[in-house]
Design a protein around this ligand. Structure first.
Ligand SMILES: [Zn+2]
Length: 387
């Protein structure tokens, strides 16, 4: 397969340079869903670019007849965040203009004042495919007004211009996969959403994390929440349906690094997911072992009780029990006393899945995070057909 390559403007710089993103579109000869995969929304989280490049190489070796639908790939999707430096370290998590997290800014149709329950009421008796098609049309019409607003009247700030031009590439998709990593050092795992846990294990990652935040405005949330809102409205009306829409964020190891093992797990995970979903039929999918589940509300983040230097810290992947050692804090003072070593232990049992890169911490700074496995919630769609 040869991809269609399209370039889209993002922002025009004072210097006259233009920031752009480039999309690689692989189109199969078989009908099927549209999959959108992007990488590097947070500037320091570069690993997904290598996953996309390897995915591209793999698809180039495939016959178009084995692809059911279309795959759109967008590497280096946030040039402003990626190119930002402090010394030679990347930060790139926050927009320097206003301090916003680059992944908490996105436009969500379910927050635009549309009456989704009224839509469900008016359309509930139609065929599922027709409901999905009309809903998508309404969503895209609403989004077009948002796009038009950028160049009218008083204009719009940087984060709104950036988000809208990026989201325009993804809103017609059925499946969104956003490739991230830790901002520091972490395990390999996926965020998923309500009623989509049955596909999570196919990525073959360390665990799957149900995103149960309410209004994070992350890229994956902004994409799927309008559809979850419609499903909820239809459930309330006694018409349980699950639309063929899914959003995943894969967290692939460490920041500022293309670890070969993380790249390989990302690549094989995405390919296996696509095969399980029947989107890629070049070879049978691999059956994966059962996976651990948890949810964002079951994470514990540890912050330094005082300023100092982190020593003897547990590594990502370590299980700790309540009261067990997590790290020592080497604390200096300006009181005429000798330095002291202050032990910090686990407040609750859990798996250490992420640790800070910097051993020097001010009071209150992030040190590490643990999670507790949970059973996934019972599906709300009650075995309704996927449409
Ligand atoms: Zn990220």
């Amino acid at each position: 397969m040869t991809p269609l390559i399209q370039t889209y403007p993002l922002l025009q710089m004072a210097s006259g340079d233009a920031l752009k993103v480039q999309m690689y579109r692989f189109q199969g000869t078989q009908p099927g869903p549209m999959v959108y995969i992007q990488a590097n929304l947070h500037g320091a989280e570069v690993v997904g670019n290598a996953v996309i490049q390897q995915l591209m190489t793999y698809l180039q070796g495939c016959d178009p007849a084995v692809l059911w639908g279309e795959i759109r790939l967008v590497p280096v999707c946030n040039p402003l965040g990626l190119n930002l430096r402090s010394h030679h370290f990347a930060s790139g998590r926050y927009n320097p203009y206003d301090g916003r997290d680059w992944n908490r800014i996105f436009w969500d149709f379910s927050h635009q004042g549309e009456d989704i329950l009224a839509f469900a009421l008016a359309h509930q008796h139609l065929a599922p495919e027709v409901i999905a098609q009309r809903y998508r049309q309404r969503l895209l019409t609403c989004f077009q007004r948002e796009l038009d607003r950028l160049d009218r009247g008083a204009g719009a700030p940087v984060h709104e211009r950036y988000r809208s031009r990026l989201q325009a590439l993804a809103l017609e998709a059925n499946i969104v996969i956003d490739l991230h990593s830790s901002s520091d050092r972490g395990l390999v795992y996926a965020y998923y959403f309500r009623d989509r846990e049955d596909w999570a294990a196919t990525f073959g990652l360390d665990f799957a994390l149900l995103s149960d935040r309410e209004d994070g405005a992350a890229f994956d949330e902004a994409f799927i929440k309008p559809w979850l809102a419609l499903e909820s409205a239809l459930i309330a009306l006694g018409r349980p349906l699950r639309f063929d829409v899914a959003a995943w964020t894969l967290e692939l190891g460490n920041a500022m690094d293309l670890q070969p093992a993380a790249v390989q797990r990302g690549l094989s995970g995405v390919l296996n997911y696509l095969r399980h979903r029947g989107i890629l039929s070049d070879r049978p999918p691999v059956q994966t072992d059962s996976i651990r589940y948890t949810r964002t509300s079951c994470l514990t983040k540890y912050h330094a009780p005082t300023g100092g230097f982190v020593q003897g810290r547990v590594e990502p992947g370590t299980w700790v029990q309540t009261g067990e050692h997590l790290y020592d804090l080497l604390c200096f003072n300006k009181t005429g006393a000798l330095p002291e070593l202050r032990p910090v232990s686990a407040a609750t049992a859990g798996l250490v899945y992420d640790v800070a890169l910097n051993a020097a911490v001010n009071e209150g700074e992030y040190v590490l995070a643990t999670l507790v496995p949970m059973d996934p919630p019972a599906p709300q769609y009650l075995q309704a057909p996927v449409v």
